[in-house]
Write a protein that binds this ligand. Structure first.
Ligand code: HEC
Ligand code: HEC
Length: 225
């Protein structure tokens, strides 16, 4: 232990003295390497030996799901994707996962931490083929909610976190723009019911929204680019 400590001190001392050799910092603290190519392989083909089925069979090639039954994952921020995969797993000591969904709760069971990081890195680098908005009658209401919130109910503007074009803010707020309206609607309903209890602000926001408001904003979001 003492030896490890002194080695670390030597390494950090060397770092301070020699800015020209930054690789020393990496050597002193080996971090798991994220491998997007391995992520692509696992996402696309699964791993029969480990009972992991192809993610692409539902989420589409490159995470561009072709149908509303499964969300699009292409171009989503890797930090967000990784967090969701972790949230689909049951934490030690907990009875239910923070994000309850029978299909995904089963799909993540065989994934290692490394698998989840690799897949997230791969998906984050793919280009989203966005969905479309379909309901002309609710676009105005949806846009108003997304841009300005609902002041009378204390619903904040979605843009303040998810950005005006719905691209979110890398590592902090997920991309929502171009997602299937059906999926976005289902998530807001899940935040409201507590089936998805992995984020307090989103639960508080959804709690204040009616079904009609959720539907309108979800459809508007599908059309964002
Ligand atoms: C049988 C179809 C199916 C398979 C196979 C599948 N998924 Fe999913 N996935 C879904 C569905 C449905 C949802 C939406 C869950 C919900 O409503 O909460 C989802 C949600 C997700 C989400 C959350 C997306 C978001 O925007 O929050 C991620 C990440 C994800 N899946 C990754 C994967 C990975 C990685 C694999 C492969 C190991 C995989 N999925 C395999 C159907 C599937
Ligand atoms: C204070 C910041 C904030 C505001 C305001 C906000 N969100 Fe979010 N939203 C988040 C965060 C953070 C997450 C990711 C939660 C997690 O970690 O699972 C999220 C997640 C979501 C998701 C899930 C995305 C997915 O792929 O599953 C949807 C849908 C969503 N927000 C819609 C909205 C809508 C609609 C509004 C406006 C009515 C809104 N958000 C306002 C921070 C915010």
């Amino acid at each position: 232990m003492k030896r490890v400590l002194s080695l670390m001190l030597v390494a950090s001392g060397a770092m301070l003295g020699a800015a020209a050799v930054p690789s020393l910092a990496a050597d002193a603290q080996p971090r798991p390497k994220v491998d997007a190519a391995k992520g692509e392989q696992l996402f696309t083909n699964g791993d029969p030996a480990r009972n992991i089925i192809s993610c692409a069979s539902c989420h589409g090639p490159g995470g561009n799901s072709p149908g509303a039954a499964n969300p699009k994952l292409a171009g989503q921020h890797p930090e967000y994707l990784y967090k969701q995969l972790v949230n689909f797993k049951v934490k030690e000591g907990a009875k239910t996962p923070e994000r309850v969904n029978a299909v995904m709760n089963a799909n993540v069971a065989g994934l290692t931490d490394e698998d989840m990081r690799n897949i997230s890195a791969y998906l984050g680098a793919q280009t989203l083929k966005p969905a479309v908005a379909k309901n002309k009658d609710t676009v105005e209401l949806g846009q108003r909610i997304f841009r300005a919130g609902i002041a009378s109910k204390g619903v904040p503007a979605c843009v303040s976190c998810h950005s005006p074009n719905g691209a979110g803010i890398p590592s902090q707020y997920p991309r929502v723009g171009g997602q299937f309206a059906e999926y976005t609607e289902a998530q807001l309903v899940a935040f409201r019911s507590g089936a998805r209890h992995n984020n307090v602000p989103m639960a508080q926001i959804a709690n204040k929204m009616s079904d009609a408001e959720i539907k309108a904003v979800a459809d508007y979001i599908a059309g964002l680019r």
